[in-house]
Write a protein that binds this ligand. Structure first.
Ligand code: ATP
Length: 207
């Protein structure tokens, strides 16, 4: 079983590619996407879309993939949650023997800033999916500090150089983000006017 936590502000094809490829490589039955409230390590002002809109975009993005589901545990908590709290709650809600927490290489490098990283790694093995711009060939700083360092699992994925920050900026600048996100997510961004979409600038052929 895989748990994929993130802000998903918005979800994009970089997220979907690692979820699919990690599921394949590790033989996961299911990847549970857990869109978060405001994560403790992110600046509140950096999260731009309301949590229900981010949840709706994840739901739309995973539709049609039989291995992917979305969970509301962090949405309904109504507060910031640490992964060490979230993972046991998710594990109670689904049947599963072996648990992996899916994340990109940038998150893994930052693991020492997380709450109770060894406790977190005891709950789930952490997948370090390749991400352009982040090198995890040297994780000595983690190996020196963490008892459960051997529970970090690097997984080589197709590199997709997309970040949510770039997408938000492009939308705000009136540029098209079509094909960077699933079509259904693109529609939600424009229908709900997220990230400044439609603020007086023609963003795509629909105007
Ligand atoms: P932001 O730009 O706002 O920081 P993000 O694109 O990193 O957002 P998050 O929702 O914060 O998206 O990411 C959730 C998880 O997905 C993290 O573990 C992150 O490392 C991983 N991830 C995001 N984009 C990619 C990508 N293009 N390739 C590999 N992993 C990614």
């Amino acid at each position: 079983m895989g748990i994929f936590g993130g802000t998903f502000d918005p979800i994009h094809h970089g997220h979907l590619v690692i979820a699919e490829q990690v599921a394949d490589v590790l033989g996961l039955e299911c990847v549970i996407f857990v869109p978060g409230g405001v994560p403790p390590h992110k600046d509140f002002a950096s999260v731009k879309a309301p949590v229900e809109d981010r949840y709706a975009m994840v739901e739309a993005a995973v539709k049609g993939n039989g291995r992917f589901v979305v969970d509301r545990v962090e949405v309904d908590a109504g507060r910031a949650m640490y992964s060490v709290e979230t993972v046991p709650l998710v594990k109670e809600r689904y049947e599963g023997e072996e648990w992996f927490f899916v994340s990109g290489a940038d998150e893994v490098s930052n693991l020492l800033s997380w709450r109770d990283p060894d406790g977190f790694l005891a709950e789930a093995r952490m997948v370090a999916a390749t991400r352009p711009g982040y090198d995890i060939s040297n994780l000595d700083h983690l190996a020196a500090e963490l008892k459960n360092f051997d529970r970090i699992v690097p997984v080589e994925c197709t590199r997709v150089d997309i970040s949510a920050t770039t997408i938000r900026q492009m939308v705000a600048d009136g540029k098209s983000v079509r094909y960077l996100v699933p079509e259904a997510v693109h529609e939600i961004i424009h229908d709900r006017g997220l990230y400044g979409a439609g603020d007086g600038v023609a963003v795509d052929a629909r105007g």
